[in-house]
Ligand binder design. Structure first.
Ligand SMILES: Nc1ncnc2c1ncn2[C@@H]1O[C@H](COP(=O)(O)OP(=O)(O)OP(=O)(O)O)[C@@H](O)[C@H]1O
Length: 262
């Protein structure tokens, strides 16, 4: 077990958002967190990444409480791509990716040869070397998302965490990003943890899912176990049909209009 989330209650000021959440994440997992808007998915990631302290409970990584890590140590263990990142300042793609190397730099924050090599390696891996010198603000949404992922990868952590990495992307770019994350999971031994709104993408790519309902775990397990129509209909308050993808055999969820007879 690489991550143990134990009986977490957390929120903001006095408002409890997460209520007694427990889940275990294995090293090999491609772990998806799903649930309605505002149910606490991002809050759970913030607790996991030690950005907010829980009211109760704790998070262990490799058996060690996350509170016992120094900031630099933690940044070499787990990297996080939040849902919103300000990219309004003008940086080239390679400069922007270099920010991910901060945990490895000395007090003066001058990149070493290793830092430059790490940036080149990630750009090669993601096939983005050709726009290394472009301004990040000139990129399309899909290109920018790959650069954000590059900044996470250059941090060279075993655990990578993404808050809705595919929002605003078309189905082609969404699949491209998820394939990259799947490769990182399967070929580079990274533990991938992400939130997703697209239940079909979650069903297709995630090895394990947790469905959050009003800040609590409704169900966790394989995609087949979690994406059952009863839970999905109740949690999302809508009508759906769940089928198996004829090629991958993984579950996908089809919405049904209220005007259709059942
Ligand atoms: N910084 C904050 N301060 C106060 N309340 C917050 C803060 N961030 C989130 N919340 C509240 O916590 C609740 C859960 O938010 P969270 O972002 O974790 O949900 P989510 O499931 O990720 O939502 P979405 O799918 O819409 O991104 C919401 O009611 C939200 O308004």
């Amino acid at each position: 077990m690489v991550i143990e989330i134990k009986s977490i209650s957390a929120g903001y000021l006095n408002k409890e958002i997460l209520k007694n959440i427990s889940c275990d994440i294995d090293k090999k997992d491609f772990f998806g967190i799903i649930g309605k808007n505002g149910t606490g998915k991002s809050t759970l990631l913030r607790v996991l990444c030690n950005l907010i302290k829980p009211y109760y409970g704790n998070v262990l990584i490799d058996g060690r409480n996350i509170n016992s890590f120094s900031r630099k140590e933690f940044a070499k263990k787990i990297s996080f791509l939040p849902q919103y990142i300000d990219t309004s300042l003008s940086f080239t793609v390679s400069e922007f990716i270099m920010f991910g190397r901060y945990p490895y730099m000395n007090m003066l924050k001058i990149p070493s040869d290793d830092d430059y090599a790490a940036v080149q390696k990630v750009m090669n891996f993601l096939y983005i070397k050709n726009f290394a010198e472009r301004d990040i603000n000139e990129l399309s949404g899909g290109e920018k998302q790959i650069v954000l992922i590059a900044q996470v990868l250059v941090q060279e952590t075993d655990i990578i965490v993404f808050d809705e990495p595919t929002s605003h992307l078309d189905i082609g770019n969404q699949n491209d990003i998820l394939e990259i994350l799947k490769d990182l999971n399967e070929k580079c031994d990274k533990t991938v943890i992400l939130t997703l709104h697209d239940l079909n993408a979650a069903g297709e790519f995630c090895s394990k899912l947790v469905l959050i309902e009003n800040g609590s775990v409704c169900r966790q397990g394989t995609a087949e176990e979690v994406l059952n129509y009863r839970d999905i209909e109740r949690v999302y308050n809508t009508t759906v049909v769940v089928k198996a993808n004829p090629i991958s055999n993984r579950p996908y969820v089809i919405p049904v209009s209220k005007t259709e007879k059942r």
